[in-house]
Design a protein around this ligand. Structure first.
Ligand code: OGA
Ligand code: MN
Length: 258
């Protein structure tokens, strides 16, 4: 994996000439910086959930047959809130990002990228309605006072696109990843990085919010299944173009220097 990451780094550096890549962080490097990982975990454990999701998880989470790790931990660390957005809010977010996205071309041709068929940006300024939606995301996903990345990551995955298994870089992202799904349902698959038999499928309905933290974020790779493999249990989940709007917290640099 690290070789691939290295190559990916070089490829990305070469691409700095392309203006739309300038401010998109390299979120998707798989890293083996376990020192930072264990330190960041300490932050997460002190956080109390805003909502109680007990009993809801079966609607959006299916454990693979060989899953023998703690289900409670996964239920705690990966939550999905269905219908977090209403249709008007989804449209409003889409309308604000669409003019910019349309100017970019989908990237398909880099074999070593974690994603195929995507375009992406990071956005700081939002209109009033969207800023208040994003504030709602932040309020649900992060405990008060959590230092957060002010730039919001917007990822547009083509109908034919796929996000391959990866772990977000601990250099650029803290213990929590909160993502809104626009335009299409999809299936996110989590697989334990060290024990690939531990598999969990997550149904991400259009307009839902997922919050991935701690164990789910650091110990499991995540991916978005391509249309050909997009199933949740026996149910086929047709995958169209999907835009995700993702808020992250700052990496935990304070504990790293202690
Ligand atoms: C990523 C990623 C998931 C999503 O950009 O690193 O995993 O919901 N995105 O789009
Ligand atoms: Mn990711």
């Amino acid at each position: 994996m690290s070789n691939v990451s290295c190559i990916s780094n070089i490829v990305r550096l070469n691409r700095l000439a392309e203006p739309y890549f300038l401010n998109v962080r390299q979120y998707r490097l798989v890293t083996s910086n376990y020192a930072a990982f264990w330190k960041s975990r300490k932050v997460g454990t002190s956080y109390c959930h805003v909502q109680n999701f007990e009993g809801c998880w079966e609607k959006y989470m299916i454990f693979g047959e060989s899953y023998s790790a703690s289900k409670n931990v996964m239920v705690r660390d990966m939550t999905v809130i269905e219908d977090f957005l209403n249709e008007d809010e989804e449209r409003s977010l889409h309308e604000e990002v669409e003019p910019y996205m349309r100017r970019l071309r989908y990237e398909f041709d880099h074999w070593d990228d974690a994603i195929h068929g995507y375009r992406e940006t990071e956005r700081l300024h939002w209109n009033t309605q969207n800023a208040s939606i994003l504030q709602r995301v932040r309020d649900v996903a992060f405990p008060p006072g959590t230092p957060q990345l002010s730039l919001v990551h917007v990822l547009d995955l083509a109908k034919e696109g796929v996000i391959k298994p990866h772990i977000d870089s601990v250099r650029f992202c803290g213990n929590t990843i909160a993502g809104l799904s626009l335009l299409s349902d999809s299936v996110m698959r989590l697989i334990h990085e060290k024990n690939r038999e531990q598999v969990v499928d997550i149904l991400l309905k259009r307009r839902s919010l997922y919050i991935m933290r701690n164990t789910a974020r650091y110990e499991f790779t995540h991916e978005i299944l391509g249309n050909a493999h997009s199933k949740f249990g026996d149910q086929i989940i047709p995958r169209g173009r999907r835009i995700s709007v993702i808020c992250r917290n700052e990496p935990d640099t304070t504990t790293e220097t202690k």
